[in-house]
Design a protein around this ligand. Structure first.
Ligand SMILES: [Zn+2]
Length: 315
């Protein structure tokens, strides 16, 4: 068959294949990808069956992790979120979430997830979903979540095989003197050039705090710290460590002893509890300061050249 005839035959065969499928199963084809819509997402993937599965799981995760972090489901977004899926047995696990913060809400959320099907479902999608949930919750503050807490919290919902890589790297960074002092960590507004310690240390510190009082209390702690930009008071009121240095000391001891159970490293167990921890923790209220209407594009993910942890791209 000459080339022209072959290309016509191929085109006809493809057309027949598409029209032979029921529309409800086919979804819509977008370029080289299939598009499947769920309640909150518009999923694009080269694999129709996987696109349908991701679309279903994205809605499930949105509700599941909103309740995990906030104790309630999220209100609907103003538009469905485009979610691009790149699944292949050869791809390292990676992802990216972008959104625009404006007027106390987030808009134009975009999500990309890559990796094997298994890692996309058990690590990358939960990680990126947590970014969108925290961003939605904190949008009223007009500020993005501090980087260490954002990336750290997102990593706590990944599969244990992914989390272990960060634990291993953390010990390496600490022994190489690449740890970030807490005063500096808490003040970081942007990703530092040496990203990997931020991810590993952020994850470890989030895991340490969440193990003490749960994910919702951790979000309350962020509410408090972001409202006042007073992280010393936030740590004192919620976790009882009088100063950031005390928290760093307790966390260091926990890491040095191999992690695990945190009960011996709480402020109470270490006799550090501030008198003020018994006082009034003020739940988050919308700030009175005017929220900027100038749109700010936020990218939750590493900037610049990719950096990896044990074959996983930081996300
Ligand atoms: Zn991330």
């Amino acid at each position: 068959m000459d080339a022209k005839r072959f290309s016509w035959a191929l085109a006809l065969a493809c057309l027949c294949w598409f029209v032979s499928l029921p529309t409800s199963l086919l979804g819509q084809q977008a370029g080289q990808r299939f598009m499947v819509e769920s309640q909150h997402f518009r999923v694009m993937s080269q694999d129709l069956e996987f696109a349908k599965h991701v679309a279903k799981m994205a809605d499930v995760y949105r509700k599941h992790y909103a309740i995990h972090w906030l104790g309630h489901d999220l209100p609907p977004w103003s538009e469905k979120v485009p979610l691009v899926v790149n699944a292949s047995p050869q791809l390292p696990a990676s992802g990216e979430t972008k959104y625009t913060l404006m007027g106390g809400t987030i808009r134009s959320i975009q999500m990309v997830v890559s990796g094997t099907q298994e890692r996309i479902l058990d690590s990358v999608l939960p990680h990126e979903m947590t970014h969108t949930i925290l961003a939605t919750h904190f949008a009223v503050s007009g500020k993005p979540v501090p980087r260490w807490a954002d990336e750290g919290a997102c990593t706590t919902v990944e599969d244990s095989s992914e989390r272990r890589k960060h634990d291993v790297m953390l010990v390496k960074f600490l022994t190489e003197n690449r740890g970030i002092p807490f005063r500096q960590l808490f003040a970081m507004r942007e990703y530092p050039p040496d990203l990997m310690p931020l991810y590993a240390q952020g994850y470890s510190l989030c895991a340490f705090l969440i193990a003490q009082a749960g994910p919702r209390k951790f979000v309350e702690f962020l509410d408090y710290g972001m409202m006042n930009e007073d992280w010393v008071s936030a740590i004192r009121f919620v976790y009882g460590y009088p100063r950031l240095g005390n928290l760093q000391q307790a966390w260091n001891a926990w890491v040095y002893d191999g992690g695990g159970d945190v009960s011996q490293y709480t402020s109470v167990a270490l006799g550090m509890t501030s008198n003020q921890v018994q006082g009034a923790f003020v739940p988050f209220q919308a700030p009175n300061v005017p929220v900027s209407n100038v749109p700010v594009l936020i990218r939750a993910g590493q900037p610049g050249p990719q950096q990896t942890v044990g074959g996983t791209v930081l996300r």
